[in-house]
Design a protein around this ligand. Structure first.
Ligand code: AR6
Length: 205
């Protein structure tokens, strides 16, 4: 019996900081605000409908969050992934989660940025978030956790990636039914980035 799994009901909904906050970009919508969480820790521990994986085009595993997901899931994950014919940048493909507490893993491949981004990289990163959410919707899944796609090995600047992540999720939630989206950050600096920028995309009503 595992005791290190984190059920969704133990992850608080993001709390608006109140007075000092970023300039709003979108209209306030408290209903949407209640669908967002920032969780700092290991995405492989989350008991949720789906976790997104920042994979590579082979889908056969790697380092970073991809390595952690494959280690946690066990070898059957790689076996299923090997039947999928890889994944293009910006695409998303769903598999079982095997030994993980999540129900599914949605694999996506972020753009390789190496420190500088143009419109192509931005569009590709948007597609990652959008296609993961769309894959969740198509599979009737209502709760999804995202790592900070592309901001590790792939070198996408985190302070630019957070804008794409928050904008894409905000726009998706406006148009589709989803119960919870968790931004699963691993680094303290990323937690601060998300908490600082969330009020721009999810202002208080
Ligand atoms: N849970 C949540 N986030 C994590 C975890 C974890 N267990 N471990 C790391 N992170 P990266 P990328 C964070 O490099 O940049 C792989 O080799 C990490 O701190 O995992 O998209 C793939 O096979 C960072 O914030 O993904 C590809 O070849 C974020 O996850 C390549 O890396 C993403 O970092 C993909 O690179």
């Amino acid at each position: 019996y595992r005791t290190d799994y984190i059920p969704l009901d133990q992850i608080p909904v993001w709390k608006h900081p109140g007075a000092a906050s970023a300039e709003p970009i979108y209209k306030a919508n408290d209903e949407l605000n209640r669908k967002i969480s920032v969780f700092r820790g290991d995405i492989t521990k989350l008991e949720i409908d789906a976790i997104a994986n920042a994979a590579n085009k082979t889908l056969l595993g790697g380092g970073g969050v991809d390595g952690a997901i494959h280690r946690g899931a066990g070898p059957l994950l790689k076996r299923e992934c090997s039947t999928l014919g890889g994944c293009e940048t910006g695409e998303a493909k769903i598999t079982g989660a095997y030994g993980l507490p999540a129900k599914y893993v949605i694999h996506t491949v972020g753009p390789i940025a190496h420190g500088s981004v143009g419109e192509g990289e931005r569009r590709a990163l948007r597609e990652c978030y959008y296609n993961c959410l769309h894959t969740a919707t198509k599979n009737r899944l209502r709760t999804v956790a995202f790592p900070c796609i592309s901001t590790g090995v792939y070198g996408y600047p985190p302070e630019q990636a957070v804008e794409v992540a928050l904008k894409t999720v905000r726009e998706y939630l406006e148009e589709h039914h989803m119960d919870r989206v968790i931004f699963c950050v691993f680094l303290k600096a990323d937690e601060e980035l998300y908490r600082n920028r969330l009020p721009a995309y999810f202002p208080q009503g």
